[in-house]
Design a protein around this ligand. Structure first.
Ligand code: OOG
Ligand code: MG
Length: 253
């Protein structure tokens, strides 16, 4: 089994918006190898001119772990091409079967190149914002093992960031609603994210240090969803409202 070949398979699937069979059905690979596949697939994006702009965490809430049937936290990479502007349209045909989920995003102030503790984490962060993540598993029926989803860059496909707020803005227990065409379809609290979304920054620092990934100043860290994700359809207006952080929205065309 060649990890580079598997990386090409997931990358092509993302590029062409064509679903693939789970890699783990025909290949046995470890979690560590899954991260190598991810790194190789993202290297292909860098070769096409995409830039790393941050990292995301996945399965930081019970709601997400239960929805997807997995048991552990994962991390993936965000590139500039995935950043979606607020109030813009996304084209459904660019994705396979996209879903949206409510998140919190952090803007990094000081390079994170080691595991940081909860006591010092705020020194590394410039601001916090509400956010929406668009995930789009490259696997048929959005079904995968933990190794599969890691190899597939944790389903990352897009992210929309709300207005930035000061790092001292309380974010430990904010109501987070996912609203589609004026109907609340998911409702939760930021507390669902590891008990406190700041724990996601600590976890990102630990996981990235473990895999040798530096998180640079100016990069984003997506904390992971507070609720289950919902499928997107044409002509939807998708909005996330995060209590004092405000709302973020986009439309689907
Ligand atoms: C994997 C990505 C999980 C989150 O916020 O928990 C994730 C998936 O659900 O497809 O982004
Ligand atoms: Mg997410």
């Amino acid at each position: 089994m060649n990890l580079k070949n598997l990386a090409k398979i997931v990358d092509d699937a993302a590029l062409n918006a064509k679903p693939i069979a789970q890699l783990s059905l025909d290949n046995q690979f470890s979690e560590k190898e899954a991260y190598e596949i991810q790194a190789n697939s993202i290297a292909r994006r860098y070769n096409r001119g995409e830039k790393l702009v941050g990292v995301k965490l996945g399965f930081t809430s019970k709601a997400k772990m239960e929805q997807m049937g997995v048991h552990d936290m994962i991390w993936g990479r965000l590139t500039d091409k995935m950043l979606v502007g607020r109030n813009t349209n996304i084209l459904l045909e660019k994705f396979i079967h996209p879903r949206a989920e409510p998140e919190i995003c952090f803007l990094v102030k000081k390079e994170i190149n080691k595991e940081v503790s909860m006591d010092e984490v705020k020194e590394y962060i410039y601001g916090v914002a509400g956010a929406i993540e668009i995930i789009d598993s490259r696997y048929q029926n959005f079904k995968f093992s933990l190794e599969d989803v890691i190899a597939d860059n944790c389903s990352s496909a897009g992210f929309v960031i709300g207005k930035w707020h000061n790092v001292d803005t309380p974010i430990e227990d904010l109501k987070m609603d996912l609203i589609v065409n004026d109907e609340v379809v998911q409702s939760g609290s930021s507390k669902a994210i590891l008990g406190n979304p700041w724990e996601s920054v600590v976890a990102a620092s630990r996981l990235c240090a473990q895999y040798g990934q530096v998180i640079k100043a100016g990069n984003y860290i997506m904390a992971g969803a507070a609720t289950s994700a919902v499928y997107l359809e044409k002509n939807q207006t998708v909005k996330v409202e995060v209590d004092t952080l405000g709302s973020i929205q986009f439309t689907v065309q």
